[in-house]
Design a protein around this ligand. Sequence first.
Ligand SMILES: [Zn+2]
Length: 195
Amino acid sequence: MPGTALVCIGCGPLSSDGGQWYSAGLHPWDVTGNDDDKFRILEKLLSDPQVIAVGECGFDTLRGPSHDVQEKAFLRQVELSEKFQKPMILHVVRDFDSVIRLHKLLKPTQSWLVHGFRGGPEQMRQLHSNGILVSFGLKHNEESLRQVPSEQLYLETDGKCTIEQTVLAAAQIRNEKTQAIEWQILRNNNILLQR
Ligand SMILES: [Zn+2]
């Protein structure tokens, strides 16, 4: 249902069930340095109103091509995010420094949201103070999820669990009602997507 879920499709086709929201992007694992064809597909996808975000894109030091190659693809996607006025969903493994450096340098108008954040509160605060948001899945650092301010709370599923499970986990850790959490993430999503 629109407004309740955002599905990442890479550069693949939109599924036929209308009314869904999607994000499209070139994942750092899939970048090769010879990606012009994929970028052409991505541009087409991003002009579809059902595609409301760019991503996953970002940096992974454990998997994928060299940092330089990942960074070039990332920068092209920042350009697309700004051109289409759609926020970025970031996949970041052990390279938050690059993301912070580029955010400082580029000063994007669109939000950047790191998905599947598992770092501690210190790292979360460092990202937040640099204007970068984080989203929590079922695997997370409990202290970070407890401490994240309500206005900066974003939750996700990794495809294996339902969003309800993540909401329930967050409600327990934060000692809040599930309804309050749901209301808050809907509100935050609307702000993120400028709707
Ligand atoms: Zn990811």
